[in-house]
Design a binder for this molecule. Structure first.
Ligand SMILES: Cc1ncc(COP(=O)(O)O)c(C=O)c1O
Length: 432
C-alpha cells in the first residue's frame, strides 16, 4: 500500500489549486491512512465465502454490508443468468423512456413488504438524496440531524443552492429540533435523519420524530440504508429482536407513513445496485419528472433487478431465520466487547459495531494489527467520525461463519491487551 501504483513520472500533474489543498487538509487523516494502511483502498484478489484474499493474505471480512449474505446465496446467484437471457445485460433506457417490467414487480413487492402506498426505484441512495431532497424542500427549510449520513448533507447542499434554508439540530436531540421547528415558520419543512445510523448502529427515534413532523406539518425523511433487510415489524412469534420481514425502521417501531418518506438501498442487505423511496403515488408521479435521475440517469443493471427479486423471494422464505442467525453472531461480538470492558456506541444490538480507540492516533497501528491478525474491518478515521470516536467499525453479516466470529473475538482480546480501547460506560440496554 505504501508503494505508489503509478510511477511518479507517469502521473499527470494537477495545477496547484487552493481549494484542493483545503479539501485535502480537511481529509488529511483519511488520506494518510489511504496511503499507509493496508486496511483501506485495498485490491481484493479473491473471495471464499466471507474470507477475502489481499495479496498472499486471507482475512475474515467484517467490512461487508451484505448483512443477509445474499451476495453468496445460490438461489439468488442462479437468478441472474435467466434474466440476462431474457433482457440482455443492461436496459440503458432512462426510466422515463421505458423500464423493464422487473421494475414494476420490484416496486409492487417493496410496497407490499413495507406496507407503504407506493415505492419508486432509482439506482442509488446518493442519487435519491441529491435529487429528491431539493424537490421536497423547495425554498423552505431543512432540519438535518448533525450526524446524518454525508450523502444526506450533499442533498441538503444542493437544496440550499436551489433556495432552501438548512438548519442542523444536535444528534438525536428532539428538544433542539423542536426549538428549531418552533422558531422557523418557513414552508415546506423537511426533517432529515438516518434510520439505523451508519456509525453508531443505533436507530433514530422515528416514532417521536414522526409525531413532531405531524405536529409541525413537516415531512420526515428517513435514510434507512442499514436497517432495511435487517430490522422489521415486531411480532409475538418473531425469531429475534430484529423483528420480522426486515421491512425497515418505520415498521420496526410500528409507525405509519403519514408525513414520512422512507429511503433505503438494495446495495447492502439485498446485495444489488438499486435503491428506493417509499412514498405516496402522487409524490412518485411528481418525482418522475421533477427529480432528475428518473429522466436523466442510467438504470440499474438487469443482474441487480434479478437479484433484488430473488432476494425478496429468499426473504419471504427464510429471511427471519437468516436474521436470527445474524442477531446471534452480532450478540457474540457485543458480549466480547462487554467482557473486555470496551465501549461501543451500539446499544441496539444491530450488526454495526463501532469500537472507538482510547487514543485516536493509534488508528494506523490498530489497523495494521487487525490486518496482520487476519481481520478486515472499516477504519473510522476523522472526519468520518468526530476525533473522540476515531476507531474501527465491525459489520457482522449472516455469511460470517462461527469460526470467523471466534477468530474476531480472539483477535479483539489480543488487541485490548496491546492498545487502549475506550472504557465501557456501564451496562448498555441492548435488545434482549
Ligand atoms: C446511511 C447511508 N446512506 C446512503 C449511503 C449511500 O448509498 P448508495 O451507495 O446507494 O448511494 C450509504 C452508503 O454506505 C449509507 O451508509
Amino acid at each position: 500500500m505504501s508503494v505508489p501504483r503509478v510511477p511518479a513520472d507517469a502521473r499527470t500533474a494537477l495545477p496547484s489549486q487552493r481549494w484542493i489543498d483545503r479539501w485535502l487538509a480537511a481529509c488529511h487523516d483519511l488520506a494518510e491512512l489511504e496511503r499507509s494502511n493496508p486496511m483501506t483502498d485495498a485490491v481484493i484478489d479473491e473471495i471464499d465465502g466471507r474470507m477475502i484474499r489481499i495479496g498472499d493474505r486471507w482475512l475474515a471480512d467484517f467490512a461487508s454490508c451484505n448483512y443477509l449474505g445474499f451476495d453468496l446465496e445460490r438461489q439468488i446467484i442462479e437468478a441472474v443468468a435467466p434474466a440476462l437471457e431474457r433482457w440482455g445485460t443492461h436496459p440503458s433506457w432512462s426510466r422515463l423512456l421505458g423500464s423493464p417490467v422487473l421494475y414494476d414487480q420490484i416496486e409492487t413487492r417493496l410496497a407490499e413488504l413495507l406496507g407503504a402506498e407506493d415505492t419508486l426505484v432509482l439506482p442509488t441512495i446518493t442519487l435519491i438524496h441529491t435529487s429528491v431532497i431539493p424537490v421536497l424542500a423547495g425554498d423552505g427549510t431543512i432540519f438535518v440531524d448533525s450526524r446524518a449520513h454525508k450523502t444526506i448533507y450533499e442533498g441538503t447542499q444542493i437544496a440550499a443552492a436551489h433556495g432552501a434554508t438548512v438548519k442542523r439540530f444536535r444528534h438525536e436531540d428532539l428538544d433542539d429540533l423542536t426549538r428549531l421547528l418552533g422558531e422557523d415558520t418557513n414552508a415546506p419543512r423537511l426533517i432529515c435523519v438516518d434510520g439505523v445510523n451508519s456509525m453508531t448502529g443505533n436507530a433514530a427515534d422515528v416514532r417521536a420524530l414522526a409525531r413532531l413532523a405531524r405536529e409541525y406539518d413537516a415531512l420526515l425523511y428517513v435514510d434507512d440504508a442499514h436497517g432495511f433487510g435487517v430490522i422489521g415489524e415486531r411480532r409475538d412469534d418473531e425469531l429475534s429482536p430484529f423483528g420480522s420481514r426486515g421491512n425497515s425502521v418505520v415498521r420496526h417501531v410500528d409507525e405509519t407513513y403519514d408525513h414520512v418518506v422512507l429511503v433505503a438501498g438494495l446495495s447492502k442487505s439485498y446485495s444489488s445496485l438499486a435503491a428506493f423511496l417509499a412514498c405516496p403515488s402522487e409524490l412518485k408521479r411528481l418525482l418522475k419528472t421533477a427529480a432528475p435521475p428518473y429522466l436523466y440517469s442510467g438504470p440499474s443493471p438487469i443482474a441487480s433487478l434479478a437479484t433484488t427479486l430473488a432476494g425478496l423471494d429468499v426473504n419471504d422464505e427464510r429471511g427471519d431465520e437468516i436474521r436470527a442467525g445474524l442477531w446471534r453472531k452480532t450478540a457474540t461480538v457485543l458480549e466480547c466487547l462487554d467482557r473486555l470492558g470496551a465501549h461501543t456506541p451500539n446499544t441496539s444490538g444491530f450488526p454495526l459495531i463501532e469500537v472507538p480507540l482510547g487514543h485516536g492516533e493509534d488508528i494506523d497501528a490498530v489497523g495494521r494489527f487487525l490486518f496482520d491478525n487476519g481481520i478486515y474491518v472499516t477504519l473510522a478515521a476523522y472526519p468520518l467520525v468526530p476525533r473522540n470516536e476515531v476507531g474501527f467499525r465491525i459489520q457482522v453479516t449472516a455469511a460470517n461463519t462461527n469460526a470467523e466470529i471466534e477468530r474476531l473475538v480472539d483477535v479483539l482480546g489480543k488487541l485490548a491487551n496491546g492498545f487502549d480501547l475506550q472504557p465501557s460506560r456501564g451496562r448498555s440496554e441492548r435488545a434482549a
